[in-house]
Design a protein around this ligand. Structure first.
Ligand code: C2E
Ligand code: CA
Ligand code: CA
Length: 403
């Protein structure tokens, strides 16, 4: 057992007896003395009173474990045997036999404590593991390893300022089809006007923590769709949405203002979905409006398979942790093939995110992924000429890879 767990167990034991350890030691010693006095006054160890010695032995196990209860058993054996005031004529075999019984009591008590402590340690480590695996800030779950922003006291005021003054702007990252290199969509992302620049997901998490997450997401979507009016109509805009936003009427109001634009919503893979039926109903309503659904960051964490099964997305966006280093890593290649197979069988389209290396691009292309996105093909930014040209524009890298 680790030192940490032992400390935790000892702490639990101290709380159980409500006293510090030295005081518990003194209490056990005092009880042993009391038992000795009672047994002596009652006429010796032959009567029922000798069983009282079980009490300090069991109590000693609580803070001190098996060593403590065994020490108490040895003391009890001596006090009830050679050290007793009356009835001292016992043969050594007699008091040694009693000592053996008291030793068994000590082992049982110490063993029980050990079992409880191990169970407690197991529960604590399970909680710790799940706590580390997902850190939830009022419904939004951040995967282990992501920078979790400390929630500051003035966050509510800052988020309010961001929303009131619209201190953010949309940027767009292109997504190219791997069959022909055509621009198929752009992902709308958000940049905040702050110094030094904070990652956008941090702002969305902060807004969520102060109860304004949906408001900020909807405002960002509105700004992105407004800017997308410049795009040719055949380019789809991909919007990041938490499940809470998907189920919110404010999203449909914004989408209604931009009916001409083809959109799909990216449900982040990390989001905890409390009620899939509610989300499924909201998604069904969006689908009736022609909105398609993507599972974002698939493969990055825990909820991905459940999302994939329950949301039946039209698009699966594979996280960079899965898409990179395909050429050199056979395990990732095997995983990639499984995703391709899954997408084919379920009729969904697979988008490989975070493509930085030409080798990964060509591998995804040969595996049969539908589309790719990444710094190699285009960084997020204001709408560029390549996007404004619409699907007529083909990415030279993909065309040359395909040919
Ligand atoms: P995401 O939705 O997974 O967005 C993709 C992120 O990966 C973007 O980071 C993008 O710049 C980055 N990226 C794209 N290609 C590459 C690549 O080849 N290599 C690397 N290393 N990174 C690449 P960004 O814009 O910083 O956004 C981070 C996250 O913040 C997004 O992850 C999304 O969860 C959140 N976010 C950003 N904008 C919005 C928004 O408007 N609404 C919502 N709800 N979330 C947003
Ligand atoms: Ca996304
Ligand atoms: Ca993503």
């Amino acid at each position: 057992m680790s030192r940490r767990h032992a400390t935790t167990g000892a702490g639990m034991a101290r709380r159980a007896m409500g006293l510090p350890r030295p005081a518990q030691g003194l209490l056990v010693a005092a009880l042993l003395g009391l038992c000795w006095a009672v047994v002596s006054l009652a006429g010796g160890p032959d009567g029922v009173w000798v069983h009282l010695f079980a009490i300090p032995i069991v109590l000693a196990a609580v803070p001190f474990g098996i060593p403590g209860s065994l020490a108490a058993a040895v003391a009890a054996t001596v006090l009830a045997g050679p050290a007793t005031l009356v009835g001292g004529g016992e043969a050594p075999a007699q008091w040694l036999a009693r000592g053996a019984v008291l030793g068994l009591v000590a082992l049982a008590a110490g063993g029980a404590r050990l079992v409880m402590e191990t169970h407690h340690a197991h529960t604590v480590s399970e909680r710790l593991r799940s706590g580390l695996a997902e850190i939830t800030v009022s419904g939004r779950t951040i995967p282990n390893g992501d920078p979790t922003p400390p929630i500051k006291r003035d966050d509510a005021a800052v988020v309010d300022e961001i929303l009131r003054r619209q201190r953010f702007r949309p940027v767009f990252q292109p997504i190219y089809g791997l069959q022909d290199g055509e621009l198929v969509a752009v992902e709308a992302l958000t940049r905040f006007d702050d110094e030094p620049e904070t990652a956008p997901n941090v702002w969305f998490t902060r807004a969520e923590a102060v109860g304004r997450g949906v408001e900020l997401e909807v405002a960002a979507i509105d700004a992105a769709l407004e800017r997308s009016r410049m795009l040719p109509p055949d380019v789809t805009v991909s919007l990041n949405c938490s499940p809470a936003t998907i189920a919110d009427v404010r999203l449909t109001e914004v989408l209604d203002r931009h009916l001409a634009r083809a959109v799909y919503v990216e449900v982040t893979e990390h989001a905890i979905v409390e009620d899939y039926r509610e989300l499924a109903t909201a998604i069904a309503m969006l689908r009736r409006r022609g909105v398609q659904v993507a599972v974002d960051d698939a493969g990055a964490g825990f909820s991905s398979f459940r999302h994939l099964v329950r949301l039946e997305p039209e698009i699966i966006k594979l996280d960079r942790s899965v898409t990179e280093s395909l050429r050199t890593d056979p395990v990732r290649r095997a995983l990639a093939s499984s995703f391709i197979d899954f997408a084919r069988r379920t009729g969904s389209r697979l988008v490989a995110e975070g493509i930085e290396q030409p080798g990964d691009l060509s591998t995804w292309q040969s595996l049969g992924a539908h589309a790719a996105q990444g710094f190699l093909l285009g960084r997020p930014g204001p709408l560029a000429a390549s996007e404004l040209d619409g699907r007529a524009r083909r990415h030279p890298l993909i065309c040359s890879e395909a040919s």
